[in-house]
Design a protein around this ligand. Structure first.
Ligand SMILES: [Zn+2]
Length: 515
């Protein structure tokens, strides 16, 4: 009796999965017909767009800043797996002054990493093509009163953990149109980062092609790309021309532009830039040039940990405080921690004060959390950091995932946090009224008259050069705050290397303002 029951259960299971497979096939086929994807080998669409700068919001609890991407043109060849997008950005540089025109581009081909290729597979057409040729599972879900067939497609691209990347598409059960596509990408700061694109207000093009008039792509919760699509062409006759980068600009090599509309092709973007133009940019976490020492003693028990982004290690009676413990990436954070431990082998690093929440200053924080270091930052940044450092990290398990630690983030209230014991005083002050970021702090060693800061100004390379006109807003705010706090800074250490690399002073800073 028992054996018969087992057999019956197995049989039902087989029947159910066969029926499900037929359902999945029918859903994909119906959607492909409705969207005009049968016979669609390539597509060209155009309109006006905006790029969002991931992790560079001016307040940790607000959307990523958007910059215009006008004259946005995109071509995708589904048969050859290729994509090219171009746009024009007209925006004010982060230092202020007149707006400048910048050309942006994005080039993806079959050899590109998944982080870029996903841009093809999260389009509604690319998703359906992937669903038709890969393993797909289906469930139904109701969102905002609309019923969806939700397909999870697993392809051959694998994450560092060996887990395949998944793409999930929401097909409206009434219209058979793809209205949302999701995937998850490993990210050093955000962990398994949700990338989600909404496709709204479908319109008709030639040959039965349907295209969304509105596209919104979000990463880690806020839009990184938005577009109003004005028109679309299936199988454009000039496809090769649309896909070819202009001569002399890289000859078809994938552009530097990160996938997903994260800034202009030159990597600088036009949104509030992460870094001043001079020094330290684009080194991608590579260690300082071989000749440079790993650290440099600035005062008794006070060391600059050298790199493209510098950190400051401050010795207290029974522990060490690090200012800017996790910039750039995990590798850089590890290097900062290792060097600090080498200098102070007998004292634990207890606190890590971040200058501000921007991604280029926090992307390595998972290493800091894994080390058991408490992150110290104004309360405004706390939830953002806790949420990122608590996210699942299954696609690329890092030191934090392996440590199993929960993030310790002290979000201090008010304008200051002072580290003080019998040996030293190290003051952390919140900068007021800074456009660049809320909750940005400086570190001040009153006895040593040494100040550490990030991102507020960029001194001219030649101190005798002309005073910037209009003056750099960040420099003015920095000067006003030093005045307010009465900080007589004889030496100022910049997190970003100055050009030429040096410590500066309050006097030099004021001089750059013509004072
Ligand atoms: Zn910044």
């Amino acid at each position: 009796m028992k054996r018969v029951l087992v057999a019956a259960v197995v049989l039902v299971g087989v029947m159910a999965s066969t029926a499900a497979a037929q359902d999945v096939k029918a859903v994909i086929s119906n959607a492909s017909k409705a969207m005009g994807v049968d016979g669609l080998n390539s597509i060209h669409y155009y309109g006006t767009a905006q790029n969002g700068n991931l992790g560079q919001n001016n307040n940790a609890n607000q959307p990523w800043p958007l910059t215009p991407a006008n004259d946005y043109v995109r071509a995708i060849d589904f048969a050859q797996t290729a994509l090219r997008g171009t746009w024009q950005t007209y925006a004010v540089p982060v230092t202020g002054g007149a707006a400048t025109l910048q050309a942006g581009q994005q080039n993806i081909n079959a050899q590109s990493p998944w982080a870029q290729l996903l841009e093809i597979y999260i389009t509604p057409w690319g998703f359906l093509k992937a669903a038709a040729t890969n393993e797909a599972a289906m469930r139904s879900q109701t969102l905002d009163g609309k019923r969806y067939n939700v397909l999870t497609v697993t392809g051959s691209a694998k994450s560092p953990s060996g887990q395949p990347y998944r793409v999930v598409g929401y097909i409206n059960r009434d219209t058979n149109l793809v209205e949302r596509v999701q995937t998850w990408l490993d990210h050093e700061f955000f962990g398994d980062m949700l990338i989600e694109a909404d496709y709204l207000h479908y319109r008709d093009a030639a040959n039965g092609l349907k295209f969304p008039a509105r596209i919104v792509q979000r990463r880690a919760g806020w839009p990184t790309f938005e577009m109003y699509v004005l028109g679309a062409n299936p199988n454009p006759a000039n496809l090769q021309q649309l896909l070819a980068p202009p001569a002399g600009r890289g000859g078809g090599a994938p552009a530097a532009a990160p996938a997903g509309g994260r800034g202009a092709a030159d990597g600088r973007g036009a949104a509030p830039a992460a870094a001043p133009a001079a020094g330290g940019r684009g080194q991608g976490g590579a260690p300082a040039p071989a000749a440079a020492p790993n650290s440099e003693k600035l005062a008794e028990g006070v060391f600059r940990i050298n790199g493209a982004y510098n950190a400051l290690a401050v010795e207290m009676a029974d522990h060490v405080v690090l200012f800017e413990p996790g910039p750039q990436n995990l590798q850089r954070a590890r290097a900062v921690i290792t060097e600090t431990k080498r200098i102070f082998p007998n004292k634990p690093i207890r606190y890590g004060v971040i200058s501000h929440h921007h991604l280029d200053h926090t992307q390595g924080l998972a290493e800091v959390v894994a080390e058991g270091i408490t992150i110290v930052t104004p309360a405004v940044n706390r939830n953002y950091l806790v949420s990122a450092m608590s996210a699942p990290r299954t696609l690329a398990p890092d030191a934090l995932a392996k440590s199993g630690r929960k993030p310790q983030v002290e979000g201090f209230v008010g304008d200051r946090r002072v580290f003080q014991d019998s040996t030293r005083t190290f003051e952390i002050h919140v900068i007021r009224a800074l456009p660049h970021a809320d909750g940005l702090v400086i570190g001040w060693l009153p006895k040593e008259k040494l100040l550490v800061y990030a991102d507020m100004f960029n001194l001219p390379t030649d101190a005798t050069g002309p005073v910037p006109n209009p003056p750099v807003v960040g420099t003015q705010v920095f000067a006003a705050n030093m005045e307010r706090l009465n900080l007589d800074a004889e030496r100022i250490m910049s997190v970003h290397n100055l050009n030429p690399d040096r410590l500066t002073s309050r006097a030099e800073l004021l001089k750059s303002l013509g004072r």
